[in-house]
Design a protein around this ligand. Structure first.
Ligand code: MG
Length: 454
């Protein structure tokens, strides 16, 4: 089935589009939106089958529909956050805005052209030949690999992402009073909204790519990272990430920006570990696959073996949190560490994990942080063993896991993001998130993350 994604508010035009769609070939289907906000909210679900997109710019409110109908430029801007998927026609008489839409998509690499809606029969006379011309050109090479149980996997991904975002936001908010965090968490947190930071922004990009492609498409991931960064650069990104994002936006290839970080050593920062728990949730029953996908997701920004090892360890930990959801509680910590150690490559990260696996939950948190690190160096080896230790001890207790992680100080938002992403991948962990924490957290761009679980 090939789908024409159509943004058009005028019903006479819609009827004309429907009439000519049969001339595009067999098995064509039209997916219509009459306003931009609805198209923005829904179009990801149709991108895989999109064979052509046609966009109007000026949109009038529909009878009986409240709210601003938005414009086609918003949709062009949104699509530019993805790698090209199919040709686009802009069919607006608003010449200035049509050029803006054209540029938005052209600079993002999309095959795009314009048709002026002139006369009564422009859809069969002008639009249809243009559509055929664009469709006859070389196809964009897009490979989707969504597994049959994609939707089930995404449910786990959204659980993990929600936990990650809550941990991130709480860690950021309590960082400067970290020693008092357990007391503040017990006695009353500030009212929302609690804002998330770069950890969640980058995890959202990972989820965007898994949701659309079913695997880590690295070029698409780099595009999503920069698209989110470009819109909200003040989310607390680290300085090296800011440099990399700006260079990619200016036209550099992520392979070069990632490889040249820190004088060519590549980054061993905790940035690829902080965003990867939802990936572990997606591939939760394929641990070997996680090693490959987590590595691929890390390499877009963090190529140093320690950075890669940190991402693999966190993704495996999130997968194990899900796998162990029905395991006896007294076995969970040991079994989680066993698999994390089995799959994490030899590295400082792994040595720290080995030590973490032998570290008693009874020790005071300062002692644990002194031995395992707490992220104050912002590196993977200084962050990942401690965060996985906090999570592994508390897979059914989100409050305790986050409380302990934050109370150690260091890179509080990232520690808590990793812990939250892992613990929430376990059913009991996700269910133990207080309802008011869920609602206090600023909304995520996936409706599933903002709904109250039954
Ligand atoms: Mg952060």
């Amino acid at each position: 089935m090939k789908t024409l994604l159509l943004l058009e508010d005028n019903l006479e035009r819609v009827a004309a589009f429907r009439a000519v769609a049969t001339n595009l070939g067999e098995n064509w289907n039209i997916q219509l939106w009459q306003d931009a906000p609805t198209m923005l909210a829904e179009c990801e679900n149709y991108l895989e089958n999109a064979a052509l997109i046609s966009l109007d710019h000026d949109l009038n409110p529909q009878p009986g529909v409240a709210g601003d109908p938005g414009t086609g430029l918003e949709v062009a801007n949104h699509l530019a956050g993805y790698l090209p998927l199919c040709p686009v026609i802009i069919h607006s008489s608003n010449a200035d805005r049509a050029w803006s839409m054209h540029n938005e998509l052209r600079f993002a690499g999309w095959r795009v052209d314009r048709v002026g809606p002139i006369g009564d029969d422009w859809i069969p006379k002008l639009w249809l030949p243009k559509a055929r011309e664009l469709l006859a050109m070389t196809k964009d090479e897009v490979v989707f690999r969504k597994p049959d149980d994609h939707i089930i996997r995404l449910k786990r991904v959204f659980d993990s992402l929600k936990g990650l975002a809550i941990g991130d936001a709480l860690g950021e908010m309590l960082a400067y009073r970290h020693a008092e965090a357990p007391h503040i968490i017990r006695t009353g947190l500030p009212a929302g909204p609690w804002f998330h930071t770069d950890d969640t922004e980058m995890a959202i990009s990972v989820v965007d790519v898994l949701k659309l492609y079913g695997y880590v498409h690295q070029d698409a991931l780099a595009r999503r990272f920069t698209w989110h960064f470009d819109r909200q650069p003040d989310r607390g990104y680290g300085s090296m990430t800011r440099i990399q994002m700006r260079e990619i936006i200016a036209g550099a290839n992520w392979r070069d920006t990632a490889a040249s970080a820190f004088g060519g050593q590549g980054s061993m920062g905790n940035g690829s570990a902080m965003r990867v728990a939802p990936l572990g949730a997606y591939f939760a029953d394929e641990l070997e696959r996680i090693v490959e996908e987590a590595r691929a997701s890390s390499l877009v920004t963090h190529t140093h073996p320690e950075g890669v090892a940190g991402a693999i360890a966190v993704a495996i930990a999130a997968a194990m949190a899900w796998q162990l959801r029905n395991a006896p509680e007294n076995e969970r910590t040991r079994r989680l560490f066993e698999e994390v150690l089995r799959f994490t490559p030899q590295s400082q990260v792994r040595r720290g994990l080995l030590l973490a696996s032998q570290t008693s939950p009874e020790l005071p948190i300062e002692v644990v942080a002194k031995s395992l690190g707490n992220g104050s160096l912002v590196t993977a080896p200084d962050t990942v063993p401690f965060a996985i230790w906090c999570a592994a001890q508390n897979l059914n207790n989100f409050i305790e896991a986050i409380s302990r992680a934050i109370s150690a100080g260091g890179d509080c938002d990232t520690n808590a993001a990793i812990v939250g992403g892992i613990v929430a991948a376990c059913d009991a962990g996700s269910e133990s998130i207080p309802e008011d924490w869920r609602t206090a957290c600023e909304p995520l761009p996936f409706p599933e993350c903002n709904q109250t679980p039954p």
